[in-house]
Design a protein around this ligand. Structure first.
Ligand code: ZN
Length: 131
């Protein structure tokens, strides 16, 4: 099943002081991750303190490309949709919707790219589609 845009309403994200810069960039179509200034690992979700070594972190713009680690199709929703754990080329794995995809044609290892899904009155949220 193909669709141009997600049909279900997406609740706007909660913007906190720690994530405000991320959501501001999201509104401009830029995807930011935090990278540790000590061990140089990236992580998801954005945190001021590195979850690996407790070092300081800094924003870094990334391309938002990655690979499906695993996925599921929510078939009991009013309109079925897919969600996936996507391992970003930049390092971390994140959970997000898959949009504009054939729900019966998904597979682990498919390459994906980030697209922004509008929310109900807030900044857009990261989603992915097949690349
Ligand atoms: Zn670190």
């Amino acid at each position: 099943m193909m669709s141009d845009t997600p049909k279900r309403k997406i609740t706007p994200p909660t913007v906190t002081p720690e994530t405000a810069e991320f959501w501001k960039a999201a509104g401009e179509g830029r995807f930011l991750l935090r990278r540790c200034t000590a061990c140089h690992e990236t992580h998801w979700y954005p945190r001021a303190i590195c979850p690996f070594c407790l070092g300081d972190t800094a924003w870094e713009e990334t391309a938002g490309t990655g690979t499906i680690y695993s996925w599921t199709v929510m078939r009991r929703a009013p309109e079925p949709y897919a969600m996936a754990f996507v391992t970003l080329d930049a390092g971390p794995t994140m959970l997000a919707d898959l949009v504009d995809v054939d729900l019966d044609g998904l597979a682990i290892g498919h390459t994906v790219r980030l697209v922004w899904s509008p929310t109900d009155g807030g900044p857009p949220v990261p989603s992915f589609t097949l690349s």
